[in-house]
Design a protein around this ligand. Structure first.
Ligand code: IPE
Ligand code: IPE
Ligand code: MG
Length: 247
């Protein structure tokens, strides 16, 4: 009979962790600096978190970088957020390629500036064969937008006779989502104390364990990630059943 693992053995990391990286603006305000300073520090927290997730054996890390609703912010701030994506890819892509990280971007690509579209395509193409950690960046992403785009494509396939409307069910519909070939998140972390999803992964988070932490995103680090994982392990996942069980 297998021996139980000793108490000291760290529990395995969840397979898929999603993070709403929130609180950059408040972090900057506390320091009397512009919001964009907080966003730049947020990129440092992202670097730390990607490394920590790889160390901990996470398979999928999804981060919310820019929402379809973030266009409501002043144009200078929107431009700064796009610049940070450019900078992150320019500075980190070679290292991500070397370290076996596969980069994918989810969200609406139509309407993005041409250079952003080519940066995204290049990052995905250059890391396509990597398999250590999947880093999924939600950029120009909104859960409602993703669902509407998926519904539109399913309707187009139905009109074209490729599928029958009766074939649409949760399993077949999920294949039209941006996350088609990814498992749903096991754990979703939101920083900065806000208790909402803000249009993130509305379909995929159906049975995700939600962990809200007060730490502002630029202060997030491996310790904070590990304590969120520890909280996840204190939860009992049921998936609608009456006993703790796997789906
Ligand atoms: C998160 O920080 C970054 C993005 C939304 C892009 P915020 O900019 O939302 O920071 P707060 O919530 O105003 O503090
Ligand atoms: C969600 O945070 C979007 C990202 C983290 C990219 P917001 O700061 O935009 O969310 P709300 O507006 O507070 O709900
Ligand atoms: Mg915010």
């Amino acid at each position: 009979m297998a021996q139980p693992a000793p108490d000291t053995a760290p529990a395995p990391a969840p397979r898929h962790i999603a993070i709403i990286m929130d609180g950059n603006g408040r972090w900057a305000k506390l320091r009397s600096r512009p919001r964009t300073f907080g966003h730049a520090e947020g990129v440092e927290a992202l670097r730390r978190t990607v490394e920590a997730a790889g160390d901990l054996g996470v398979e999928y890390l999804t981060v919310f970088g820019f929402s379809t609703e973030n266009w409501r912010r002043p144009i200078e701030e929107v431009n700064a957020l796009f610049d940070l994506l450019r900078l992150y890819v320019a500075r980190d892509l070679d290292r991500l390629v070397r370290e076996g990280v596969r980069v994918r971007i989810i969200g609406e690509r139509n309407g993005l500036q041409a250079d952003i579209a080519s940066i995204i395509n290049d990052a995905e193409a250059r890391t396509r064969h990597n398999d250590k950690l999947n880093l999924i960046i939600a950029f120009n992403y909104g859960g409602q937008d993703e669902l509407a785009r998926a519904a539109r494509r399913a309707a187009e396939d139905a009109v074209a006779g490729k599928i029958a409307p009766a074939d649409i069910n949760p399993d077949t519909f999920a294949k039209y989502l941006d996350t088609a070939d990814m498992p749903p998140p096991d754990l979703l972390i939101r920083t900065s104390g806000e208790l909402r999803l803000s249009n993130f992964m509305l379909w995929q988070a159906a049975y995700t364990e939600l962990v809200f932490v007060d730490v502002l995103w630029p202060d997030f680090n491996k310790d904070a990630l590990q304590s969120a994982i520890a909280e996840y392990h204190r939860r009992e996942r049921r998936f609608g059943g009456s006993d703790p069980a796997k789906p």
